[in-house]
Ligand binder design. Structure first.
Ligand SMILES: CC(=O)/C=C/C=C(C)/C=C/C1=C(C)CCCC1(C)C
Ligand SMILES: CC(/C=C/C=O)=C\C=C\C=O
Ligand code: FE2
Length: 465
């Protein structure tokens, strides 16, 4: 039993529509954005779902075909556009999708924003009606066609990374709550080439922004290709090295840039400053869902693979990767598993934390793990980074989405609250699952009258805020 009444709306975004007529999409990340809402009030839960009305979605519905460049799908060249024309529309951004199918965040001023990797795919929605309200226009001169799909959002600010594919590097920018104007904070030049590493997400501490440089790098040639490669728009450049850069939020200066072992991650979990007895910052600790430097996870997320579970254990191993980035000028950083990956079945992705610990020392992370054999993360796991243990929730045949932590109003303890996940049950039905974040035991489930597609990231909109 919950000792309090949850009062607010859980929103989940994700690529929920993967078919146009007879044509089925290829990859999980291609689907058109579907928003799901579960509103909690007086001990009841009310649900709804709706497609986001992006230009890409509307055009696809109208013409019955893909009209913009999605993650792996590209429009068929029946418009006889010349290569030059295609190039021009790619570099102007015209042909890129605005299908904001990845994240949903509540900005400090109350607006609810859906996001993806393309800057134009920033769309404001109404959390009650799930209406598509407007494009979020960035009113600045920073430009950029792509950015991190996971900005860092607090009640007062918004931090983002804008990769620069022409002069390989990243622009770090911040935006005040209530504003649409990003401000340039600083720039990181890549240390390896030929292009910046994919930055689906990045972590911050109280005083620093951490800019990861993965050997999984954007690839201009693959951006243009009509047929996808196994790494889609990316390429693996092991020889180019892997780096972690640390930028001071206040000055934009780079205070550390270290080489680290190779890594593959979509999602950073959190980061914080390690201090000595005198309170001096000695290092940055940054945690992520790390796929053992194996890029095959990207191709494993093809829909054909996800729909064809044969009982064989084919999910590649993942762990909580913990970086230690020294600030004493040494050239190398460390990367190790924060706990034995067996604790969470060697599956690890789709994480959340208590937002009160963002950028600060923390103990708990919530994520999807694995009960093997499986071809996709199929458990919910609560990771204790101090005890180095995990508590796991599992139901046979069920596929749960990101366990999203929501603190109890007035909570003091880090795990005082709930973790909410939308689960697709073995029989195809769907329900919202509420776990007690402390015990990781089920408190409630609210069944949807129909099955729901898989989905990705979430946010919480408290009532009257
Ligand atoms: C859903 C998810 O996690 C990731 C979605 C990624 C997308 C939609 C990536 C799109 C891209 C383009 C349309 C062209 C430019 C490169 C890239 C950012 C991969
Ligand atoms: C669903 C997923 C990875 C699962 C594998 O372990 C990654 C999603 C990334 C995009 O937000
Ligand atoms: Fe993501």
């Amino acid at each position: 039993m919950l000792q309090y009444t949850m009062d607010g709306t859980y929103l989940r975004n994700g690529p929920g529509l993967w078919d146009l007529g007879d044509y089925g999409f290829r990859h999980l990340f291609d689907g058109y954005a579907t928003l799901v809402r579960v509103s909690f009030r007086d001990g009841h839960a009310v649900g709804a779902h709706r497609q986001i009305e992006s230009e890409a979605y509307k055009a696809a519905r109208q013409h019955g075909k893909v009209c913009y460049r999605e993650f792996s799908e590209v429009p068929k060249p029946d418009s006889f556009k010349s290569l030059v024309g295609q190039l021009a529309s790619l570099f102007s951004g015209n042909s890129l999708t605005d299908n904001s199918n990845t994240g949903v965040v509540r900005l400090g001023d109350g607006r609810v924003l859906c996001l993806t990797e393309t800057v134009k795919g920033s769309i404001v929605v109404d959390p009650d009606t799930l209406d598509t309200m407007s494009k979020f226009e960035y009113e600045d001169k920073l430009g950029g066609l792509i950015h991190s799909a996971h900005p860092i959002v607090t009640d007062t600010e918004f931090w983002t990374l804008i990769p620069d594919l022409i002069r390989p590097g990243y622009v770090v920018a911040r935006m005040d709550a209530g504003s649409n104007e990003r401000q340039f904070v600083g720039r990181v030049d890549c240390r390896g080439g030929p292009a910046p590493g994919w930055v689906h997400s990045f972590p911050v501490t109280e005083n620093y922004v951490v800019v990861p440089e993965m050997p999984l790098r954007y690839c201009a040639a693959n951006l243009l290709r009509a047929e996808p490669t196994p790494l889609y728009k990316f390429q693996w450049h092991l020889e180019s090295g892997s780096y972690m850069h640390v930028m001071c939020k206040a000055s934009g200066k780079i205070v550390a840039s270290v080489e680290v072992p190779p890594f593959v991650t979509f999602h950073f979990i959190n980061a914080y400053e390690e201090k000595d007895e005198e309170g001096r910052v000695t290092a940055i600790i940054a945690d992520c869902c790390e796929h053992n430097a194996d890029t095959s996870i990207l191709d494993n997320l093809r829909l054909h693979n996800l729909r064809a579970f044969t009982g064989e254990d084919v999910l590649t191993d993942a762990r909580v990767g913990r970086f230690r980035i020294p600030l004493d000028g040494s050239p190398f950083g460390e990367l190790e598993a924060a706990l034995d990956p067996e604790e969470h079945g060697r599956g690890m992705d789709m994480c959340s934390i208590n937002p009160a610990h963002l950028g600060k020392e923390y103990r708990y992370a919530y994520a999807c793990g694995a009960r093997r054999p499986c071809n996709f993360p199929n458990t919910l796991t609560k990771i204790d980074l101090v005890e180095k243990t995990a508590k796991n929730w599992y139901e046979e045949g069920a596929v749960p989405s990101e366990p999203y932590f929501v603190a109890r109003p007035g909570a003091v303890e880090e795990d005082d609250g709930v973790a909410i996940s939308m689960v697709s049950a073995k029989d195809g039905s769907g329900y919202a699952l509420v776990l007690d974040a402390k015990t990781f035991k089920e408190i409630a489930r609210a069944k949807f009258p129909y099955g729901l597609p898989y989905g990705l990231h979430c946010c919480w909109v408290p009532r009257d805020k």
